[in-house]
Design a protein around this ligand. Structure first.
Ligand code: IPT
Length: 964
């Protein structure tokens, strides 16, 4: 015997029943609407099999239910817990079946209609996003059920509404057949997480409308046609347009581009409704093997954006969305891929308004099927095709009127199959004015772009040169990296090297960094939680924190690096001939929005500044611009010109003087410090003194410089491995972090071989090596002094067979305390060999705490590059050559062991009997960062080879109380 549950729809592959056909989303019309946002009643059940749908009755007593905020996710509001998996389904794979343990949230909302709610017409109830499946009742009558979490669904509700005492009951299941189509790399967060709205639809209202607004760059005209299902008139006052709906009209107009987002306000007026229009004229085409807009190829400088808020998950408010857009614009980003689902519709309004190219991606990913060689993949199973087509239609219909959307994406990581082909075919039939993207289709059967993720530089270069072969259809297509530069933890490295390739080869039309923001969840004990922190049985740890923004939307160094690498103006030059070369790297805009300034700096201190006249340059053009004469009376010393391109006036996204781009041109070089070895080492009473310093006579260890105690000064090769050092589990060798650890580089032992007191030097000979290995490094410390200053020269030489690069090479030591840090060199932020573009040479001040980069999972961070000298903790340190400076209130070992920010406790560095409160690293070299947490390892030129090296530091004390 078998029986069917009332909830069989949960495991039904069909998209649902009862919903109205999809249509364009618009924020406003003059028709009435009522938001049902706010506090709802809520009850959570562990399973979906409750036959009891009595809660949907109007007289149901929900007095003992909890309150919940809608929009919201119940697992972020104290009911159940979030789960993070990258691609693994957190339930047995048996499509379309889901577990019996299927958390089910019953939601209730009681509401009255406003007294003046119009009587005639229809009223629809719209859900903008519910994860993963919902069944709806209004006043006890079932309206239907749906799947498709990040897509809108509307139901006719008018016949059931009453003026007062309406009861809306929504049953939401965490798992459904739809979950198989929503295996994106993110938290599983059930709930009604986007708006719920009642919309009045007057008699004679617009059922749907489609704005066709193209631009002809040869004639400078825009052609507008607004299709609507009913008779109506279209007016655009600024263009003198007043035509019937459905009728085309061509007028002189300014085009819309992401750089120049010209929108024209218009109205579509039907008998019963006036719909505001924001029209952007632009034409997207594939021509000469390139993506062109308004006749010109463009370069995507993009990011992948998941919707994220550390407290509210994917339930975003308008201000958070606006903040994302403003942050993108301020960091020179020009494109967004809405990975991996259509965003809240208001986000696309913002993209239209501020100017961002959008790849709008469908809510589709079946990545977990890769575990079984893609067997049973829903995208290659005709039973699922209606659900796929439903998703495609809901995306295209909702978003078709946005000029910012230039590409439709079928989804992400769903293998290949007939269902995808069917989606592409349907989309082309409905909207031929945009291109189609899908990364998984490497043969480009269904797509207009050749898209890949995480391809390394060498392969991207081959593709750029057209040497990648592949089917003919693909060879003729433009190339886009829909994901690259995995921004997990410290990194990504190698951005500048990608950008150089994109700019050199026309076929390479840019890419989208993975990803915009860390999906850390604000947590009372951990700071930000990641996978595993909620006791999940399967999880992927901190792989969910791989953004250019920290969870609180503070820019990470990766974002600042990206901003510099993709700046739309380049300034390069050679001070010798007194000119700089300025290049306009915009695709569409001139430079009229920018003003240029110069500053002449000696030892990082500005001596004089002024404005620089730069001729009007069309996109792609360059000019040689004469620099002023070197300011008379400028002091001697290392000097630079710094040229900045700033906003000439306030814009919608940043104020006047916001720095868009900059370049720095060296003028005269630095003189390295010279210390005459005139002081003699003087042994006595267990100690050896030399100039301002005292050493331990037995070990040769430095004890003090002047009044400043120094502990544990020695060669250091270890860094707390970064996510990119460790690499992703599926990456092939070399995963340097693992190799380093297996060699034992994190537990090096230091053997003192000799302490030699010479005529003018104290020399300490050591060997540094890990247990169980024959490889190591010799390290010779040679100390000299002129009486005031102390010079250390470290000579090191690898011994044995070194087949791996070193994590770092330098010295470390402890100081009792340090707070303020002052340095001359690269700054203001952290920089490593392949993440150093944003560092400019200057005089910088910070604090030890301010020098930490708060990666959600602690790891190596905060190095300042090319430091000529630094002052901290009562010491002044000059480098020969310049060095990397790091200072922190904990040891590298403590940093390495920490799993969350809150594990790092200042003062705890005093372990092991040491009195140090701050640990300082002065590095001669650092290994590159790369992107191997999902992409390529550092390029060979950024590897820190184990090879003989020599470097020096000059120590002296700064006046005062041990503080600089
Ligand atoms: C790629 C996914 O498309 C993306 O969602 C995310 O998981 C990213 O990787 C890594 O953070 S898939 C990649 C494993 C090839």
């Amino acid at each position: 015997m078998s029986f069917r549950h009332a909830n069989d729809y949960v495991e039904d592959v069909s998209p649902g029943s009862g919903a109205l056909p999809p249509r364009a989303w618009y924020a406003g019309s003059d028709a009435r609407s009522l938001s049902l946002k706010g506090s709802w009643r809520f009850r959570l059940s562990p399973t979906a099999d409750a036959e009891d749908d009595s809660f949907a009755r109007t007289d149901y007593d929900a007095a003992d239910w909890a309150d919940i905020s809608v929009p919201g996710h119940w697992v972020l509001q104290g009911h159940g817990a979030p789960i993070y998996t990258n691609h693994l389904y957190p339930f047995p794979v048996d499509p379309p079946r889901v577990p019996t343990e299927n958390p089910t949230g019953d939601h209730l909302r009681f509401f009255d209609l406003p007294a003046d709610w119009p009587a005639g017409g229809e009223t629809v109830l719209r859900f903008d996003g519910v994860e993963s499946c919902a069944r709806i009742w209004l006043n006890g009558t079932e309206l239907g059920e749906f799947k498709g979490s990040r897509l809108p669904h509307e139901f006719a509700a008018g016949r059931l509404l009453q003026p007062r005492g309406n009861v809306l009951a929504v049953r939401v299941h965490q798992w459904s057949a739809g979950s198989y189509l929503e295996d994106q790399d993110q938290w599983w967060l059930p709930g009604i997480f986007r708006d719920v709205t009642l919309l009045h639809r007057p008699v004679g209202s617009v059922p749907d409308f489609f704005v066709h607004a193209s631009y002809d760059h040869l004639t400078g005209t825009g052609t507008l046609r607004v299709d609507s299902g009913v008779p109506g008139r279209v007016t655009v006052p600024d263009l003198g347009i007043d035509v019937a709906a459905g009728e085309p009209v061509t007028v002189p107009a300014e085009p819309w581009t992401a750089e120049t987002p010209r929108l024209y306000d218009g109205v579509l007026a039907a008998e019963g409704e006036r719909v505001p229009l924001r029209i952007g004229f632009r034409t997207v085409e594939l021509s000469d093997g390139l993506i062109k807009v308004n006749g010109r190829p463009l370069l995507f400088k993009g990011v992948n954006r998941h919707e994220w808020h550390p407290g509210r998950g994917r339930a975003l408010d308008l201000e958070t969305m606006r903040e994302d857009v403003l942050l993108m614009k301020r960091h020179n980003i020009n494109a967004v891929r809405t990975s991996h689902y259509p965003p809240h519709p208001a986000f696309l309004d913002l993209c239209d308004e501020y100017g961002l190219w959008v790849i709008d991606e469908c809510d589709l990913e079946t990545h977990g099927f890769t575990e079984q060689g893609w067997r049973d993949n829903p995208v290659d199973d005709d039973r699922w095709t209606p659900a796929l087509l439903d998703r495609a239609a809901r995306m295209v219909e909702r978003d078709k009127n946005h000029p910012s959307v230039v590409v439709w994406s079928l989804g992400n990581e769903a293998g290949t199959g007939r269902g995808l082909t069917a989606m592409a075919k349907w989309i082309r039939g409905r909207d031929a004015s945009r291109l189609i993207h899908y990364e998984g289709d490497h043969n480009c059967r269904d797509t207009d772009l050749y898209s890949r993720m995480y391809a390394g530089h060498a392969e991207v270069e081959r593709i750029g040169r057209g040497l990648d072969g592949g089917p003919r259809g693909r060879r003729e297509l433009p190339f886009v990296l829909c994901e690259y530069a995995h921004a997990m933890g410290n990194g990504p490295g190698g951005l500048a090297d990608y950008q150089r390739l994109f700019e050199r080869h026309g076929r390479l039309q840019g890419g989208f960094v993975w990803e915009w923001i860390d999906h850390g969840i604000a947590h009372p004990e951990l700071g930000y939680a990641y996978g595993g922190d909620f006791g999940e049985e399967l999880h992927d740890g901190n792989f969910v924190c791989d953004g250019l923004l920290f969870p609180d939307r503070q820019p990470s160094p990766g974002l600042l690096e990206f901003k510099k690498v993709i700046e739309p103006v380049s300034v390069t030059g050679d001070a010798a001939d007194g000119t700089v070369r300025v290049t306009n790297k915009y695709d569409f805009a001139g430079l009229s929005a920018l003003a240029f300034t110069w500053s002449y700096e000696v030892e990082g201190e500005p001596v004089e500044s002024g404005t620089l006249a730069v001729p009007a340059l069309a996109p792609g053009e360059s000019a040689e611009v004469k620099l002023p004469a070197v300011p008379a009376g400028a002091p001697a010393g290392e000097s630079h010109w710094t040229i900045r391109a700033v906003l000439a006036s306030d814009t919608a996204w940043a104020p006047r003087n916001h720095v868009v781009a900059w370049g720095q041109i060296p003028v005269s070089e630095r003189r390295v410090p010279y210390v005459a070895a005139t002081a003699r080492p003087a042994p006595g009473d267990g100690a050896i003194s030399l100039g301002p310093a005292v050493f331990d006579a037995r070990t040769g260890a430095l004890r003090t410089v002047g009044e400043v105690p120094v502990t544990g000064l020695r060669l250091d090769v270890w860094r707390a491995t970064t996510d990119n050092d460790d690499g992703a589990a599926w990456q092939g060798d070399p995963r340097h972090g693992l190799l380093w650890r297996s060699l034992g580089l994190h537990r090096m032992r230091h053997r003192v071989d000799a302490v030699e007191v010479g005529e003018d030097a104290l020399t300490v000979r050591t060997r540094v090596a890990p247990a169980a290995r024959e490889l190591g490094l010799s390290a010779v410390y040679r100390w000299t002094s002129d009486g005031d200053r102390l010079r250390l020269t470290v000579s090191t030489c690898p011994e044995g067979e070194w087949t791996v690069p070193l994590p770092r090479l330098g010295i470390r030591f402890g100081l009792p305390a340090a707070d303020r840090v002052h340095w001359y060199g690269g700054g203001p932020g952290e920089a490593y060999p392949d993440t150093r573009q944003a560092a400019s040479v200057g005089r910088w001040r910070s604090t030890v705490d301010g020098m930490q980069t708060p990666y959600v999972r602690p790891q190596e961070n905060g190095a300042r590059i090319d430091v000529r000298w630094a002052e901290l903790g009562g010491l002044r340190i000059e480098g020969d050559p310049a060095f990397f400076l790091t200072a922190r209130r904990w040891t590298t070992e403590q940093l390495d062991a920490a799993a969350h920010r809150t594990d790092l406790v200042p003062g705890a560095a005093a372990g092991g009997g040491s009195t140090a409160g701050v640990w300082v690293n002065l590095d001669h070299g650092q290994h590159g960062i790369g992107s191997q947490s999902c992409g390529p390892a550092p390029l060979p030129r950024y590897r820190l080879k184990a090879e003989p090296a020599e470097f020096s530091f000059v120590f002296s004390t700064t006046p005062g109380t041990g503080e600089s």
